[in-house]
Design a protein around this ligand. Structure first.
Ligand code: PMP
Length: 421
């Protein structure tokens, strides 16, 4: 009989790969737990989409209640959206008071790029050379897993992503200056090529880059360089946003800089597809002057209900505080692991990474892959990141508890024990 994996391949083609050699067939979720079709339970240490926990009753209730009253496109007046945006923008400083609602992080970043074009009248964009900002045509040109056909377009410049194990520039101040110098060089190249400089798009935690440990103030000189050149700081909060780092609601607040545009996605409505672009009114005015924009599904009444319930749960259950406390506990436990392949353990709230290298310091890609697979066999779901995919990435739902962290660390210790060195 055709397996589910075979059926998926037949109907969806090879372009929608699943995680793990033996893909998991999930049928139910609750909190940090997932169950497969055979009733086996998995600890979810990877999913940032069910931010407040799988199937949180308050979010489920809000979605179903609103779905039973009204769900339609976004061309009518509705309080639900405005109630949500009042609550959301109250969480921002720096005059970021206006929002466009969209459906995905990719769409949000696409709009952010156009905002930078609209404000500056230029097209040049800078991103790091090991990142992901989305799947639209424009954002995929900044997403470096697979270079675009014909190479990167001239208006895109990629600067070397910060690398925790191989920092450039020496002292903390030197590292910050070295990164800023790369951005300054890229701006000069864009100017020289006639594109001009519109903006720098970055994830404030450099999450897809591998979650590097960065010295305090690392981004300060870079932000100054971007501003001096008249470009916009486009801050992709799709991963660190909504408190994951434990120290603040937003990654830019953690890093201490003021963005011109912030994009939000994945965790925003606990799995319901809604995302956002938050900006100052002057940026919004320039965007609306240059581009018409309408998004049929971006911020429907049901999306607004889901997003509001998610925000309320983050506040009511102090999930930012939980990310800080449980994240610190998990970080301490992971730091206590010992194995010759572990090069560094990194943690920012409930965003944790373990980088593996070989004896000669080369990335231990196969080793990391094997660890991920063995963890999956042991019922703990996580995955990998990094230029060479040699870094374990853990980013669980924010209701992750201390005993979940202990189970994660104990299972990883066991798996590492059983691994050939
Ligand atoms: N930005 C970042 C930093 C991401 O990690 C992702 C998705 N992995 C996106 C944008 C794109 O979001 P979406 O898949 O919702 O389009």
């Amino acid at each position: 009989m055709e397996s589910l994996a075979e059926r998926r391949l037949r109907l969806m083609g090879p372009n929608v790969p699943t995680f793990y050699r033996d893909p998991v067939h999930i049928v139910r979720g609750e909190g940090v737990w997932l169950w497969d079709a055979d009733g086996r339970r998995y600890l979810d240490c990877y999913n940032n989409v069910p931010h407040v926990g799988h199937c949180h009753p308050r979010v489920v209730e809000a979605i179903s209640r609103q779905a039973g009253i009204l769900n339609t496109h976004t061309r009518y007046l509705h309080e639900g959206i405005l109630d949500y945006l009042d609550r959301l923008t109250a969480r921002f400083d720096h005059g970021l008071t206006q929002t466009i609602l969209v459906c995905t992080g990719s769409e949000a970043n696409d709009v952010a790029l156009r905002m930078a074009e609209a404000v500056t009248g230029k097209t040049g964009i800078i991103a790091t050379d090991n990142t992901y900002h989305g799947n639209t045509r424009a954002t995929s040109q900044l997403s470096t897993r697979r270079p675009p056909i014909g190479g990167y377009p001239g208006h895109v410049r990629l600067v070397p992503a910060p690398d925790s194990l191989h920092p450039v520039g020496g002292s903390p101040e030197g590292q910050a200056q070295a990164f800023a110098a790369e951005v300054a060089r890229a701006i000069a190249e864009l100017e020289e090529a006639g594109h001009g400089f519109a903006g720098f798009m970055l994830c404030p935690a450099f999450a897809n880059e591998g979650l590097p440990v960065l010295p305090p103030g690392f981004l300060d000189p870079t932000i100054a360089v971007v501003r001096a050149a008249g470009g916009l700081v486009l801050c992709d909060e799709v991963q660190p946003g909504f408190g994951r780092l434990g120290s603040a609601w937003w990654g830019h607040a953690h890093m201490g800089f003021a963005p011109d545009v912030v994009t939000l996605g994945k965790p925003m409505a606990n799995g319901h597809p809604v995302a956002a672009v938050v900006c100052r009114p002057d940026v919004m005015a320039a965007f609306r002057g240059a581009f018409g924009y309408f998004n049929t599904f971006g911020g429907t009444p049901v999306s607004a209900a889901a997003a509001l319930a998610t925000l309320e749960v983050i506040e009511a259950e102090d999930l930012v505080g939980n990310a800080r406390d449980v994240g610190a506990h998990a970080f301490g436990l992971l730091r206590g692991l010992s194995h010759p392949r572990i090069a560094e353990v990194r943690g920012l709230g409930l965003f944790l990474a373990v980088e593996f290298v070989l004896e000669d310091g080369a990335p231990a890609t196969d080793f990391a892959e094997e660890v991920v697979e063995r963890m999956r066999q042991r019922g703990v779901l996580l995955n990998r990141i990094g230029r060479k995919m040699n870094i374990l990435k853990m980013r669980p739902p924010m209701v992750f508890a201390r005993d979940n962290a202990e189970m994660l660390a104990a299972t990883l210790a066991d798996v590492l024990d059983g691994m050939p060195a």
